[in-house]
Design a protein around this ligand. Structure first.
Ligand code: SF4
Ligand code: SF4
Length: 425
């Protein structure tokens, strides 16, 4: 199978995956969603509120190290085989303009049509219009990663109430139209920051598109590799910033050299494997280290995701340190914030776990709807403490359990600092 056909299969799989993900729900939560409206992040079926974003650094670390590792091992495999920009360009240039409308030859990407003819103008208009419709669908799919589909289609029915969403949607679609029809591969060469950083990550063992200069005398100078290149470069001159690793040149040369009973002069290999004729060693020290860090960051993210809190609670001391009455009962008061991150309504109560000498004096259990948060006054009292200092106030660390009355499994522990006055007698 040619590299082009392999790429098309992978493109189809990625496109289907990206289209479907926003519609997948697990336990009522989304597979992947970052909702700015609800301050929520959904990841593999777990919902995190904004105060639980501790999983994010590990995911970003995974993404960052993943990019470094992939580039270092497989070069710009992302650019040619998975980047939306490349996929969209193939859809517009090769599928719409090349195959459906027969406006250009897929094998020759250098030749532009003469736009003085009415028929060509008409065909170009049809191509741009078709891409415009697709751009709108792509923009919609992209937004579904930020606005859940169940809300998105409701909002779409009342556009006047959701102007911002409509403006963002149209802006993305217009950008895609401009980018794919007019910017083309210039986006990869001049705008995308990844293309200018990737060469730093290359070494002799990095896999990339390479022309075998050892067999230079075998080249027929047919230029099939140059004509087919979407970024208009000549790979025979060596690795260049513009190369997106699509391997179209390799396919073209395979055909040319195949007719002569020879292997392609352009390969997907490392400098070491092609020019020094040795095998690529994927298990070198650098790759092993990168893989370990990559797996570790993913495991941390999954571990944190699985140890998700059922309910969130924080207690802050109110302004006065303590209050003491005529019977020597000492009171401390707090502002307890409870956030119900469950999908249904619960009534939350509290109890002190670690010291029976302390009691809840005042707390009205609030009933919280799904996603609701509330602040309540909490007063704790005690008459008896184990030790009293003569010189300073004593601080006791109390463990406060906040739990749902309907389902005590939904609980969390927060800590209270209880101030007991010094003994001045
Ligand atoms: S040189 Fe080859 S792999 Fe690189 S962009 Fe051109 S056709 Fe694609
Ligand atoms: S396609 Fe192969 S034979 Fe033809 S110019 Fe390119 S490298 Fe030479």
């Amino acid at each position: 199978m040619s590299n082009a056909n392999k790429r098309y299969l992978i493109y189809a799989f990625i496109t289907l995956f990206i289209l479907v993900v926003p519609f997948v729900r697990i336990n009522g939560n989304h597979l992947l969603l970052l909702s700015f409206e609800k301050f929520e992040f959904h990841f593999v079926g777990f919902a995190f509120s904004v105060s639980e974003f501790y999983v994010m650094p590990f995911l970003l670390m995974f993404l960052f190290i993943g990019i470094i590792a992939t580039t270092s091992i497989l070069g710009r495999v992302w650019c040619g085989w998975a980047c939306p920009q490349t996929i969209f360009r193939v859809i517009y240039r090769d599928l719409i303009e090349g195959t459906l409308l027969d406006m250009r030859r897929v094998k020759n990407k250098q030749k532009e049509k003469n736009y003085s003819k009415a028929k060509t103008i008409l065909l170009k208009t049809i191509a741009v219009s078709l891409w415009g419709v697709l751009a709108l669908m792509i923009a919609t799919n992209f937004l579904l990663y930020f606005v859940p589909y169940e809300d998105f289609f409701t909002y779409l029915n009342k556009p006047s109430e959701h102007i911002l969403m409509i403006v963002v949607l149209l802006s993305i679609a217009l950008f895609l139209l401009f980018d794919i029809v007019y910017l083309k591969e210039n986006f990869c060469t001049y705008i995308c920051p990844y293309s200018s950083t990737q060469t730093v990550l290359y070494d002799d063992e990095t896999k990339h598109v390479i022309y075998n200069t050892n067999r230079d005398q075998e080249c027929t100078t047919c230029e099939a590799c140059v004509k087919i290149c979407p970024t208009h470069i000549d790979i025979r001159k060596g690795l260049q910033l513009e190369c997106i690793n699509c391997l179209e040149c390799c396919d073209a040369c395979t055909k040319v050299m195949g007719k002569l009973g020879k292997e392609s002069l352009i390969e997907w290999g490392s400098t070491k494997s092609v020019l020094k004729n040795t095998k690529i060693n994927f298990f070198n020290k650098k790759n092993i280290m990168l893989s370990v860090v990559l797996v570790a960051s993913l495991l941390f993210a999954l571990l944190l995701a699985s140890e998700k809190e059922y309910v969130l609670a924080t207690a802050e001391k109110s302004d006065s340190l303590y209050r003491i009455d005529e019977n020597n009962v000492v009171y401390n008061s707090y502002v307890l914030a409870i956030h119900n991150i469950q999908e249904q309504t619960y009534t939350y109560d509290v109890k002190i776990q670690n010291d029976p000498n302390f009691r809840i004096r005042r707390f009205n259990p609030p009933q919280l709807e799904a996603g609701q948060r509330k602040k309540k006054i909490l007063i704790v009292e005690t008459t008896k403490v184990s030790s009293i200092s003569k010189y300073s106030n004593t601080t006791y660390k109390l463990e406060l359990i906040v739990f749902a009355k309907e389902d005590p499994k939904i609980q969390t522990i927060t800590h209270l600092a209880f101030i007991y006055p010094q003994n001045t007698k």
